[in-house]
Write a protein that binds this ligand. Structure first.
Ligand code: SF4
Length: 433
């Protein structure tokens, strides 16, 4: 009798980069003979793609593993992603609770373990040099994410990425362009280029000598006129060159959207964070972007309650939020990450105070957003719809503002002109024009 095909399930925490890595994992596992289970409860193998950005994200991962380990039919459990090392896993969970920890850049080794565990009979003939060489399959053909680099050399003092993902590795330009070409042929019109420090792309290949390499890559991608929207996330302010801003202005399909992580508004805190810019430099850059790209949407990341941050120093972050008027911000309460330089500092801002600071920044953000979204009332904006539910379509503008309209499912995957009826705190309501 033919043996039943074994199944897998991938659980993903964290940012878009992790989701993109999980798409690659799907292909790797399916090419090696596993099929996707409907849920983690029925799978023979569960891979957990973890996030370490905050303690809370880590705790969710540990909780998930502990629960899986107690299942009556315990699957093989593999952990990957952004947690620091297998030692921590062993310390916190006990070896018996999971089978393997594999850093994400070693994921191409996973099939060998599948064979050892008798989940597959033989290895796929597909061979990859690096996990980023795996071409993912997308459920939504009209929109795709492409990692162009991974890892980071910046060593911001609060961040574990250089320890979990290692130093910067950029994909070869020809491989990226090949993947873009394939996506465009399949109907992709919206592309997001991903990387921890996307605008320093290429510096690892060229030893930091060719600062414009990201600009060159972006030019080549935007030459593909069938691509209507191109985003890139995340940029480091120190690597945001004039040439890059000028390119965004000059190309219609490069979206007027810049994610520019601030982290803190006080110079002493920025220095302790090892961010390599001052508040004055950040403000100058934000003003320049707004002047050169008048319609631009700027979003940011901020951390509240970094060790030693006083109330006065926090007020400098509030001041930058008011001055730049971000359209969106991901605000995190500081928590020490293993191995990082900041983890050796006294985490001395009380939890309640961190929560208060987060609320203050959120209030400023909401106020800005409501004002800006009201200003869009009556305007006509192009929206790409990606979801349909019971007569309602959900999509986003080129500034990634969420738009809700009544309409038919046929518009999913289409760029449609929408007249905005109402600006809300966190989105827009409109009707198809
Ligand atoms: S730039 Fe800083 S915050 Fe961003 S990934 Fe690198 S070390 Fe982490």
């Amino acid at each position: 009798m033919k043996e039943k095909q074994k199944t897998y399930y991938v659980i993903t925490f964290g940012c878009q980069m992790n989701y993109s890595d999980s798409d690659r994992l799907d292909v790797l596992l399916e090419n090696n003979g596993l099929s996707r289970a409907k849920s983690e409860l029925t799978a023979d193998l569960v891979v957990i793609n973890s996030c370490s950005v905050r303690q809370m994200a880590e705790d969710r991962t540990y909780g998930k593993i502990a629960k899986l380990a107690k299942q009556k039919k315990r699957p093989r459990i593999v952990a990957t992603g952004c947690l620091v090392s297998d030692k921590i896993w062993q310390k916190l969970l006990g070896k018996d609770k999971f089978d393997l920890y594999l850093p994400v850049d070693q994921m191409i080794e996973l099939p060998k373990y599948l064979k050892k565990w008798k989940l597959i009979g033989q290895l796929s003939i597909d061979k990859y040099e690096h996990y980023l060489d795996i071409v993912p399959r997308s459920d939504q053909k009209f929109s795709a994410y492409i990692p162009i680099m991974t890892g980071c050399n910046n060593f911001c003092s609060y961040c574990a990425v250089p320890y979990t993902r290692g130093r910067e590795v950029s994909r070869k330009k020809k491989d990226i362009l090949k993947e873009v070409g394939k996506l465009v042929e399949d109907g992709c019109i919206e592309l997001t280029l991903l990387g921890q420090n996307v605008n320093s792309y290429g510096n690892d290949w060229y030893g930091g000598k060719n600062k414009n390499d990201f600009v060159d890559l972006l030019k080549k991608i935007s030459d593909r006129k069938k691509l209507k929207r191109i985003f890139f996330i995340s940029s480091h302010p120190k690597d945001m060159s004039d040439d890059l801003i000028k390119l965004v202005v000059s190309r219609d399909n490069l979206c007027n959207y810049i994610h520019l992580p601030l982290q803190a508004g006080d110079n002493e805190i920025l220095q302790k964070m090892n961010r390599k810019y001052t508040r004055e430099e950040y403000l100058k850059l934000a003003r320049k972007i707004k002047k050169w790209i008048p319609e631009v949407v700027i979003t940011t990341d901020a951390i509240v309650g970094f060790p030693g941050e006083t109330k006065e120093q926090f007020e400098k972050s509030v001041d930058i939020f008011r001055k730049v008027q971000f359209d969106m911000a991901y605000i995190g309460e500081y928590s020490p990450r293993p191995k990082t330089a900041a983890s050796k500092l006294d985490d001395n801002v009380a939890r309640e105070e961190k929560k208060r600071r987060k609320r203050v920044l959120n209030d400023v953000l909401e106020e800005n957003n409501l004002k800006k979204n009201h200003e869009l009332n009556g305007k006509k904006l192009t929206v790409l719809f990606n979801k349909y539910f019971k007569g309602k379509l959900i999509g986003h503008t080129e500034g990634l503002k969420q738009v809700h309209v009544e309409g038919a499912k046929k518009y999913v995957g289409e760029l449609v002109l929408v007249k905005i009826k109402k600006g809300l705190k966190w989105g827009l309501e409109g009707r198809i024009w």
